[in-house]
Design a protein around this ligand. Structure first.
Ligand SMILES: [Zn+2]
Ligand SMILES: [Zn+2]
Ligand SMILES: [Zn+2]
Ligand SMILES: [Zn+2]
Ligand SMILES: [Zn+2]
Ligand SMILES: [Zn+2]
Ligand SMILES: [Zn+2]
Length: 263
């Protein structure tokens, strides 16, 4: 380790000696060295693995962009020409997520900064359309970050396309303001959307691990289902046809539904 650091310091001080510098990550003397803007040297193999590994090793399913910094000093590494093809889509994704997070922050708090926004809101990448989407609070995602099923990471749009009985998740007159979802685990309206996968009512949210365990075990109660795995008697409180407990279901625009009921 000491030797490598000494060699590295010598390189930074000694000008253009890319060829002799071993990679700071694998120390392989035969690797293709790349000198980053910050002066740290890595090999193409290690950088490719780092960028292709994306955020999965750091924040699980939740998108984070720390992996786009130098592994030694965290400076931005997006300027290196050799890494451009790998970097370009990631830079676009980062811009998109930052834009979405700041827009949400504007809407909820009126002002703020990108760094606050991405600390508060969690984004995920849809496994179907590859677009990033809002998936709840970072606070909620913490702790469950390593436990996720790639197939569950589906954006609301693709979820709706997948479930043909779901109503549109955007209203032509009201946008997304009054869109309601069913709680995944019972016949109630959802209040939370968490982990980038799940709409919850308050009670199912408070008992989410119980609900998730029942889903895994295949023991969720059928409709009509009350919060936290309690079967109900009689009619479904939602009063509409919906897919079985354990599925995501968009109920469409509440404002438009109320208007229809007025007639
Ligand atoms: Zn390396
Ligand atoms: Zn560096
Ligand atoms: Zn999608
Ligand atoms: Zn519920
Ligand atoms: Zn939550
Ligand atoms: Zn029901
Ligand atoms: Zn509407």
């Amino acid at each position: 380790m000491e030797v490598a650091v000494a060699a590295l310091n010598a390189d930074i001080g000694g000008g253009p000696s890319e060829v002799e510098s071993p990679c700071c990550l694998c120390y392989d003397p035969d690797s293709d060295p790349l000198t980053m803007g910050c002066g740290h040297v890595f090999c193409l193999g290690c950088m490719t693995a780092l960028l292709e590994g994306r955020w999965y090793g750091r924040s699980g399913a939740r998108i984070s962009f720390g992996f786009m910094g130098c592994p030694m000093c965290q400076s931005d590494i997006s300027g290196h020409p050799v890494l451009d093809t790998l970097m370009a889509p990631l830079v676009t994704l980062r811009e998109k997520v930052h834009r979405m997070a700041t827009m949400r922050q504007q809407m909820e708090h009126g002002s703020g900064s990108v760094s606050d926004a991405i600390r508060e809101y969690a984004y995920y990448q849809c496994h179907r359309c590859a677009e990033p989407y809002y998936g709840g609070a970072v606070e909620c995602a913490a702790g469950s970050e390593t436990e996720y099923n790639q197939d569950d990471l589906t954006c609301p749009r693709c979820t709706r396309l997948q479930s043909p009985t779901s109503l549109p998740d955007t209203c032509s007159s009201h946008g997304t303001d009054y869109i309601q979802w069913k709680c995944r685990y019972c016949c109630s309206m959802a209040v939370f959307f968490c982990f980038g996968t799940t709409h919850f009512c308050v009670e199912c949210h408070n008992n989410y691990s119980k609900c998730q365990a029942a889903e895994k075990a295949g023991t969720l109660p059928p409709c009509p289902a009350g919060p936290v795995l309690n079967g109900l008697a009689g009619e479904c409180p939602l009063g509409c046809a919906h897919p079985p407990t354990g599925s995501e279901f968009c109920m469409g625009c509440a404002e438009c539904r109320l208007k229809e009921e007025d007639y």
